[in-house]
Write a protein that binds this ligand. Structure first.
Ligand code: PLP
Length: 387
């Protein structure tokens, strides 16, 4: 049967993240640092707005692009936060999470054989969605020595006459890297020079520790060539609601809307009502969650550093990416043995591209006492294996 499936589907592998959860699900007493999901429940005011919406009978489809009220709130938020002007009627599309926005963005701009530059390690969907859109993912390794940031000099050797898109995601999953404004400005010049479209996944833009996030589309001259992706899953603890959005040039958004119209129709109305509330009144709850992630971030970073594992201090998102090869371990074996013997689940870095090999991803979106206990178990595991 495999030969009868689409070649693009045959080319992609199942996500390397899920395999470990399937093993963990059958075990008792597992502490999971695996899932990239807030351990908080969506703040009550957001849940309540949805309950009231249902009570009032809001159960229908919405406009394909999403409720105008939500698009206006998104536009107001972008103006407040980044001084970025976006037309709610023409330049914003509400989607079923950033997942859909990413897929639709790639399908809207990639022609068969077009190459997409993707700094790695990166979120598992970037290469897979590029392949499904008929494009060719071109991974470019970001290095720990450079705090997992990417520079034009590193990207330049991979540019060909087929390069069409640069796909970036900062703050980064899985490394926790952020890109200061001057680094993004250098990428902006690079994109202009090679006439690239930039897809910028900023889903972790609100989760930074100590440095403000710069929105790529808000850099000079970048709005026209950037498709900004963002959503509510991480910052507002809303993963299950499935709601996000894309912002960009009106022709690109119109093209994306066509695909969205025929495949998704619209994002769920319940989630759209909740998203309006998140933008109107969710800020203070978000800030509290970010402060708690910061506490956990410091604990886990200190923990790995004290164990002698080389570790980059993450500045954003809620992941840490210890270099497990620095204590002589293979990432897949480490993750598997740790799960089986100490009951701690994390994800091998190889799941995030070849350049993630030798690292493991730990999510610190987990209660602080569980993180402490997981660190004890990891230390115990490493002690037993000391030569
Ligand atoms: N982009 C990145 C970098 C992510 O880490 C994730 C989820 O883990 C997504 C996008 C998907 O987000 P959503 O829940 O909005 O589909």
């Amino acid at each position: 049967m495999k030969s009868r499936l689409s070649p693009a589907v045959n080319k992609i592998a199942p996500s390397g993240i899920r395999k470990f959860f399937d093993i963990a699900a059958k075990m008792q007493d597992v502490i999971s640092l695996g899932v990239g999901e807030p351990d908080f429940v969506t703040p009550w005011t957001i849940r309540e707005s949805c309950v009231y919406g249902l009570e009032r009978g809001y159960t229908s489809y919405t406009a394909n692009r999403g409720m105008l009220e939500l698009r206006e709130e998104i536009a107001a938020h972008l103006m407040r936060r980044f001084n970025l002007a976006a037309d709610a009627e023409r330049e914003i599309l509400v989607t079923v999470g950033v997942s859909e926005a990413l897929d639709v963005a790639l399908r809207a701009v990639v022609s068969p054989g077009d190459e997409v530059l993707i700094p790695e390690p990166c979120y598992v969907s970037y290469a897979a969605c590029t392949t499904l859109a008929g494009g060719v993912p071109v991974p470019v390794a970001a290095k720990i020595e450079n705090e997992f940031r990417i520079t034009p000099a590193e990207l330049e050797p991979y540019v060909t006459d087929k390069t069409k898109v640069l796909l970036i995601g900062y703050p980064n999953n899985p490394t926790g890297a952020t890109m200061p404004k001057e680094y993004l400005a250098a990428l902006a010049d690079f994109a202009k020079h090679h006439d690239l479209i930039v897809i910028s996944d900023e889903i972790y833009g609100d989760l930074t520790y100590g440095g403000e996030h710069t929105c790529f589309a808000a850099l000079p001259d970048m709005k026209e060539r950037t498709i900004l992706l963002n959503g509510f899953s991480k910052a507002y603890a809303m993963t299950g609601w499935r709601i996000g959005y894309a912002v960009g040039n009106e022709d690109i958004i119109a093209a994306m809307t066509k695909i969205h119209q025929y495949t998704m129709l619209c994002a769920p109305i319940t989630a759209q009502i909740a998203a309006v509330e998140a933008l109107k009144r969710g800020e203070k709850y978000k800030d509290k969650m970010v402060a708690e992630y910061d506490r956990r971030r410091r604990l886990i970073y200190d923990g790995f550093t004290k164990m002698g594992v080389e570790c980059f201090e993450p500045k954003g998102a809620f992941y840490i990416f210890p270099h497990i090869a620095s204590v002589g371990m293979d990432d897949n074996k480490f993750a598997e043995d740790l799960l089986r013997t100490e009951h701690v689940a994390l994800v091998p870095g190889s799941a995030f591209g070849k350049s993630g090999k030798g690292y493991v991803r730990c999510s610190y979106a987990t209660a602080i006492d569980k993180i402490s206990e997981a660190l004890n178990r990891i230390e115990n595991f490493l002690q037993k294996r000391k030569p």
